[in-house]
Design a protein around this ligand. Structure first.
Ligand SMILES: [Zn+2]
Length: 301
């Protein structure tokens, strides 16, 4: 948890744990939702988006893909897993597994994302989106292209999408965009340009871009803030640094050395630190972290 000591007026008042208003984008700068799209896409793009997610009727034959059945190995395996995870809900017999497999098969058959055509797969590979299938984990943990390169078939990718996480929203965008390009139709919404929002008044976008957060007023007081969210005070304001240190020790569980170091340095160094294998709290162990940092500079640690 990052902490920062702020110098604010002694009579500064802002509720504890509540984000400072100067850090919040003002309401009048928030754009309206686009009236002509849901996801920043053209009418064709929105149609394909719904097809991808099975929100409108889809049939695997359209992409030349194979219809899944309750006996398809991946469908059967997933059904067995669901039944094993919730026997009280589904029942645990063969009938329950078959019923769940039939449900899953019908569900997956209704979604383009599980029945890609070869050109959809080619678009994903070209965009570097199927690393898990086209690459191997190298010795150092990084991804290395398979050698020889993997020639992925739609069948392989469709079987993969039924396991684990499957396609993410970025994959959906890549496939939808490639299909729009192949069919010569617009991909992005012409009204909003693709981001799904429009200006509530002329010039709002530029104004929002130019907006900068404002700090709380400066003064002679001492107050500890958390800066994990966008920043909120977490202690009362004190007249002296020593009073803030005393409060941290008495009320916040700080050791005196850690409180003193934190207030002297003005902020914590990151959030979690490790030293000698021990995990340190950046605020509560500020003195230890400071000492380790000084030793490292001197070449001791
Ligand atoms: Zn739009």
């Amino acid at each position: 948890m990052s902490r920062e000591v702020k110098r604010v007026p002694v009579d500064f008042v802002w509720p504890l744990d509540q984000r400072w208003q100067g850090y919040l984008t003002p309401d009048h700068l928030l754009p309206d939702s686009c009236p002509d799209c849901e996801h920043g896409l053209s009418p064709s793009g929105e149609y394909l988006f719904d097809l991808w997610h099975g929100k409108i009727p889809f049939h695997p034959a359209v992409t030349g893909s194979t219809l899944l059945t309750p006996a398809t190995p991946q469908v059967r395996a997933l059904a067995e897993l669901h039944i094993a995870q919730a026997p009280d809900y589904y029942g645990a017999d063969e009938f329950a597994i078959c019923r769940e497999a039939a449900r899953l098969g019908a569900l997956f058959n209704s979604m383009w994302c599980h029945h890609l055509a070869q050109e959809d797969v080619d678009a994903l590979v070209a965009a570097g989106r199927l690393t898990e299938l086209t690459h191997d984990r190298g010795a150092g943990g990084g991804w290395q292209p398979k050698d020889p390169p993997a020639a992925l078939t739609a069948e392989q990718v469709n079987a993969w999408s039924l396991r684990g996480m499957g396609h993410d929203s970025m994959n959906a965008r890549v496939v939808i965009k490639a299909r729009c390009v192949r069919e010569g139709v617009a991909y992005a919404c012409a009204t909003c340009g693709g981001d799904g929002h429009v200006e509530a008044y002329p010039g709002q976008r530029a104004e929002a871009k130019a907006w900068r957060p404002t700090e709380p007023p400066a003064g002679d007081g001492w107050q500890l803030w958390e800066s994990v969210t966008e920043g909120a005070p977490i202690t009362p304001v004190f007249e002296t640094a020593d009073d803030l240190v005393a409060h941290l020790v008495a009320e916040e569980g700080f050791r005196p050395g850690a409180a003193k170091t934190l207030v002297e340095q003005g902020r914590t160094a990151g959030s979690i630190c490790t030293a000698g294998g021990a995990v340190l709290h950046s605020a509560l162990d500020a003195d230890v972290i400071n000492a380790v940092g000084a030793d490292r500079k001197k070449g001791i640690g």
